[in-house]
Design a protein around this ligand. Structure first.
Ligand code: NAD
Ligand code: MG
Length: 386
């Protein structure tokens, strides 16, 4: 009998969380679950904790602790609530932590897991965007391992693994282009919440679905890629590929371009983060190339999708500007989801806040938390006065 690997899943009730539960359930002989967490969705958290036979379940919002206790009464699962409890859950011994909380809220628990040298399967890209250099320094210091779960970054990670990093000429980050890839700018002004949430290829949480529609998601992924891989900013090129079959590519100095392909199913990169350096079986639909026929590629349009330009600017200027971009975007997306602003106002708001606040040198994690909180206040004030 081989020893099981222990796994904790942060954000188990979300879209990535559900895919992770699916992979873990089909490999219960290989993985034992330590902790599962959620923000407010008690029923889904309780269900996941039972299905995975987790030792501990944590709800982020303490107002829901009573409901969690009721839902899991007599099950022998340790229960806790609140922000500090999320950090304590990350400190519990587990070989792998799947970081699938959405937004900067995932930073503190992920850091706690990094500081005990765990392997992190990182879906929560916002944490690398807002604190990338500091996070990678912590990873090196504590001997932690970061395996990307974002499909594009998992693809690049898989391609780079067996090849000399110094021979990389370009990283080609593919983007589906989202639901409005081919829409004229005039039509994009009146996009509704439902239209923006309907991604053509992927089923995801609300925030990343809106980010995909504005293409801010690809902007965040550009910054994520820069932190994960040893290339300069200008070596990362975004290519629109509407079918989401090629998950990203790497071009080497001899002209070879290597890619990772697959059906758009997050269980594949999640499984790889769990099983690396090995692979495990995942029941994904398989590619049928004859049916696909041809693969399409296009240049991104930064006029209709200014978020791409803003993210590149944030990466180029560095310092706290990516932190500002990320926090302003989180607030603007939330406002769009509550029907308070229009679709195109998301990027307009982010740009306004970036221009107003500018960039400072980034020196500490405390500064990240302070900047994040300050930007959220500024963005809300900016929206209130608009
Ligand atoms: P989701 O909204 O479906 O789920 C988010 C999870 O985080 C939920 O479990 C929720 O309870 C928890 N959460 C939310 N706010 C929290 C808070 N303040 N404190 C603690 N927990 C909180 O989101 P998702 O689509 O699963 O995405 C999760 C992360 O993975 C995001 O960073 C996203 O960019 C990234 N990602 C998602 C996909 C995808 O296919 N869904 C693909 C690539 C990367
Ligand atoms: Mg992605």
């Amino acid at each position: 009998m081989t020893l099981k690997k222990s796994v904790s899943v942060f954000g188990v009730t979300g879209s990535i969380g559900a895919s992770t539960v699916d992979v873990l359930k089909s490999h219960a002989d290989k993985y034992a679950v330590e902790a599962v967490t959620a923000h407010r969705n008690v029923d889904a958290l309780a269900k996941a904790a039972i299905e995975l036979d987790a030792k501990c379940a944590v709800i982020g919002d303490p107002a829901f602790f009573g409901a969690l206790q009721d839902a899991l009464a007599g099950k022998g699962i340790e229960l806790a609530a609140g922000e500090d409890a999320l950090i304590e859950a990350a400190e519990r011994p587990s070989d792998v932590v799947i970081a699938a909380i959405v937004g900067a809220a995932g930073l503190k628990p992920t850091l706690a897991a990094i500081r005990r040298g765990a392997r992190i399967g990182l879906a929560n890209k916002e944490t690398l965007v807002c604190a990338g250099a500091l996070m990678t320094a912590e990873i090196t210091k504590h001997g932690a391992t970061l395996i990307p779960v974002d499909s594009e970054h998992s693809a690049i990670f898989q391609v780079l693994e067996d090849h000399e990093e110094s021979r990389v000429d370009r990283i080609l980050l593919t983007a589906s282009g989202g639901p409005f890839r081919a829409w004229p700018l005039d039509d994009m002004r009146s996009v509704t919440r439902a239209q923006a949430l309907a991604h053509p290829n992927w089923e995801m949480g609300a925030k990343i679905s809106i980010d995909s529609a504005t293409m801010m998601n690809k902007g965040l992924e550009l910054i994520e890629a820069w932190h994960l891989f040893p290339v300069a900013e200008e070596q990362i090129e975004i290519v629109v590929h509407p079918q989401s079959v090629v998950h990203s590519m790497v071009e080497y100095s001899d002209g070879s371009v290597l890619a990772q392909l697959g059906t758009p199913d997050m269980r594949t990169p999640i499984a790889y983060a769990l099983s690396w350096p090995d692979r495990i079986k995942v029941d994904t639909p398989r590619l049928d190339f004859a049916t696909i026929g041809s693969l399409k590629f296009e240049k991104p349009d930064t006029d209709r999708f200014p978020a791409l330009r803003l993210a590149r600017q944030a990466l180029q200027e560095g310092g706290t500007l990516p932190t500002v971009l990320n926090a302003a975007n989180e607030v603007a997306v939330e406002a769009f989801l509550k029907d308070r602003i229009g679709f195109l106002d998301i990027a307009v708001t982010v740009e306004k806040v970036m221009t107003r606040l500018g960039s400072e040198a980034l020196t500490s994690l405390d500064q990240v938390f302070e900047t994040d909180a300050m930007v959220r206040r500024e963005t809300m004030a900016c929206l209130a006065s608009a």
